[in-house]
Design a protein around this ligand. Structure first.
Ligand SMILES: [Zn+2]
Length: 374
């Protein structure tokens, strides 16, 4: 079984700079590969392979202008080139948009380290050309794990290493047998499960609201300070601005943790009931994001994350995950008699059918979903 662990790192200041530079090299190599691919395609009409790109880069390294690349692990550029290749492949398969250049501000800061070069101790990890970096938390890794890949990335202000490991299959996983489950996802109620359990939207809870309120206030503060320190139409960062911005990053990370944590608890609880299969809707998240009134709520619900977690958690337990067609009328079908009520509006919170059945809209949808693959 393949599993991934994410462990927080405690780098010293020098290492922190090295980590930042390494992520910069990965970004540079990714963009460089993208550029080469584009150029090559425009000139020859053919795609250029990963292998050729790597050879090209090795030659480039011999020139004076690119000597600096020797300060970094070979694997960083190698994997970045591979990533750009994957991005193109996904584009040609129609799974993603045309690959874009990674920007320093918007893209995630991360890089890879080669399996063979990394060493682990109980308290430290040795990264190539950086050295032994201390773990902030210990006790996760045991010797029975066989590490397959290492990815180092920054979330908020902190650095983490994700270790993909192969773990011996546990024997306590019996074949799932229980009733299938349907899950209706939404913004009002995050998830309604066909056996009746409801997961409220965590963004409506006080803890989250308070942090969001504080973030909004800091945002106003920081823009006021930017205005105040404006010089000849140029914005300048002051120590105070940096301080507030760091606090904002800390709060955003915290919010992200609260939301992801909640989803982890929810998805684990759902798969733990061991249904024979789970049916979810294929939500049109990208379409919903285009709607100005919805986009903010939708992004806070982390629908992609829910699906991602359900996908690997069901896989681990041998439960099949069925994704219902986007146009399947799960809300409009009466779960008692099967008649489709085309007049049901989004504002109707209850499904009232002519057969006499009255049921909560989301619960009705989740019951219909649970029956889909049967
Ligand atoms: Zn009915």
């Amino acid at each position: 079984m393949i599993k991934a662990y994410k462990i927080k790192l405690n780098p010293n200041n020098k290492q922190r700079t090295q980590l930042e530079h390494s992520a910069g090299v990965a970004r540079w190599a990714y963009n460089w590969a993208l550029e080469q691919k584009k150029k090559h395609y425009e000139e020859t009409g053919k795609t250029i392979s990963q292998g050729d790109l790597r050879k090209h880069l090795t030659k480039l390294k011999q020139t004076d202008d690119y000597q600096w690349l020797f300060q970094f692990s070979n694997n960083i550029t190698k994997q970045a080139i591979k990533d750009s290749d994957e991005a193109f492949k996904r584009f040609f398969k129609g799974q993603a948009k045309y690959p874009r250049f990674k920007s320093k501000r918007k893209s995630k800061w991360s890089f890879y380290n080669d399996n063979h070069k990394v060493k682990l101790s109980d308290t430290h990890i040795r990264l190539e050309k950086i050295g032994w970096v201390r773990f902030a938390e210990t006790g996760f890794l045991s010797n029975e794990f066989r590490p397959l890949a290492y990815r180092i990335s920054r979330y908020g202000l902190h650095w983490y290493v994700s270790i993909t490991v192969e773990r011996p299959d546990s024997s306590d996983y019996s074949t799932p047998v229980n009733e299938p489950i349907g899950i209706d996802l939404g913004i009002k109620t995050l998830a309604t499960v066909s056996h009746g359990k409801i997961y409220t939207n965590i963004n409506k809870k006080n803890q989250v609201r308070k942090i969001e309120k504080r973030l909004r206030r800091l945002q106003r503060q920081v823009s006021r300070k930017y205005e105040m320190n404006k010089e000849e139409r140029r914005y300048r960062k002051t120590c105070n601005i940096i301080k507030i911005e760091n606090e904002m990053t800390r709060l955003r990370t915290r919010l992200n943790h609260i939301r992801t944590d909640y989803i982890h608890k929810m998805t684990s609880e759902i798969v733990r009931t061991k249904p024979s299969h789970i049916v979810i809707e294929d939500l049109n998240v990208r379409g919903m994001m285009k709607n100005k009134h919805l986009s903010d709520h939708v992004s806070k619900c982390h629908f992609y994350e829910i699906r991602k977690q359900l996908t690997y958690k069901t896989e681990q337990l041998g439960i099949s995950l069925v994704v219902a067609d986007r146009w399947y009328p799960s809300s409009k079908t009466c779960c008692e008699c099967g008649v489709i009520d085309k007049t049901l509006k989004l504002s109707d919170r209850k499904m009232k059918c002519k057969c006499g059945s009255r049921i909560d809209r989301d619960l009705n949808a989740s019951i219909n979903l649970s029956r889909l693959a049967v």
